[in-house]
Ligand binder design. Structure first.
Ligand code: UFG
Length: 342
């Protein structure tokens, strides 16, 4: 297999995917302007894989710069991670999300077309399913009623890819719908780097446990679930990363045009309170928390049917929520140690 452009390769899921790609003998070429990451991620990545990786520090929505990268690197495939992903921010600034997320995919498809690159793996999200009571969700569950502008950008991007692939029989596309990616590399060298106050549960838990936040607020304990808190499908980022390698390999084997979507979750839902208690048990630390009101836009429960990913890609998760919470804590401690020594 030739080179693979990895847009957003310095991000949380992108960096872990680059590790798995190198370990599988693939050749990632990172395209990332680090607007949502840091140099340390690149250094960490190279430390884990024990080699330097090509990185182009450009905005992947900048067609001229992206064109030059394709000219120079001559890739045969692309994984497109680069996108804005903060649900709350997307409500406050929807045009930023429509512009960046949809614009960058549009630019990428144009550049791929120009250079005859036909294989694409796209980062989508379970948010495309919106609020549903048909659980677990399968790839054929209804989509399109997303709960936020961010979610709608994924709905639109998926449709753009379906339309582009219907028009170009040589295009081979895999869309991966992530559930809740959590954890960190077990080495403690790379992990999630939330900017400012974390929006997502697990980074907030680790920061509250580390004393960086007074307490976690659990958003609602009056949902009709087993303990009243929301249910999500938390998937270890390393398991998620491995699915990208399998998706690329699967695409390369296809003789026919393809535009397929896969759920990437564990298939198991856990409540917020279960995540808190599992974290405490696994790491032997307390998470200070209070129960607060529901958060606007939250769905009560979401978890994946993973039959298709298992049967078609041969993928299944190997790591548990406890593994993810241990690795997330390890990563939090690495960040703290780095801060203390700098
Ligand atoms: N939660 C809390 N307290 C917090 C943060 C989160 O109780 O401080 C709860 C939420 O209410 C929710 C659960 O923890 O029940 C998970 O929340 P996250 O913010 O970690 O994740 P979401 O499920 O809201 O969002 C994730 C991804 C989005 C994606 C969405 C689709 O972050 O990119 O799933 O449902 F769009």
């Amino acid at each position: 297999m030739g080179k693979t452009i990895v847009t957003g390769g310095a991000g949380f899921i992108g960096s872990h995917t680059c590790v798995e790609m190198v370990e599988a003998g693939l050749t990632p070429v990172i395209v990332d302007d680090l607007r949502n990451s840091e140099e340390r991620v690149l250094r960490g990545l190279e430390k884990i894989v024990e080699r330097t990786l090509p990185i182009h520090r450009i905005d992947c929505g900048d067609a001229d710069s992206l064109d030059k990268v394709f000219e120079q690197e001559k890739p045969t495939s692309v994984i497109h991670f680069a996108a804005d992903k903060a649900v709350g921010e997307s409500v406050r600034d929807p045009l930023k999300y429509y512009s960046n997320n949809i614009g960058s995919l549009f630019t990428l498809l144009r550049v791929m077309e120009k250079h005859g690159v036909k294989d694409l793996v796209f980062s989508s999200s379970c948010t495309v399913y919106g609020d549903t009571d048909q659980l677990p969700v399968t790839e054929t569950s209804p989509t399109g009623a997303a709960a936020s502008p961010y979610g709608y950008t994924k709905v639109v991007c998926e449709q753009m890819l379906r339309d582009a692939s219907a028009a170009d029989p040589l295009l081979r596309v895999v869309m991966l719908r992530y559930f809740n990616p959590v954890g960190a590399h077990p080495s403690g060298i790379i992990g999630e780097l939330p900017i400012g106050v974390p929006n997502n549960l697990i980074p907030f838990i680790t920061q509250a446990a580390a004393g960086l936040r007074d307490r976690l607020t659990v958003f609602g304990d009056d949902y009709p679930t087993r303990d009243g808190s929301c249910i999500r499908d938390y998937i270890h980022v390393v398991d998620l990363a491995k699915a990208h390698v399998l998706a690329l390999q699967w695409i390369a084997e296809q003789q026919a045009p393809a535009c397929e979507v896969f759920n990437l979750g564990t298939g198991t839902g856990n409540t917020v309170l279960e995540a808190v208690h599992t974290f405490e048990k696994e790491n032997g630390v307390k998470v200070p928390f209070v129960i607060g009101p529901r958060r606007a836009g939250d769905v009560m429960a979401m978890y994946a049917d993973t039959t298709k990913s298992r049967e078609v890609l041969g993928w299944s998760t190997k790591l548990t929520l406890a593994d993810a919470l241990r690795d997330a804590w390890h990563w939090q401690q690495t960040i703290a140690a780095d801060k203390a020594s700098s």
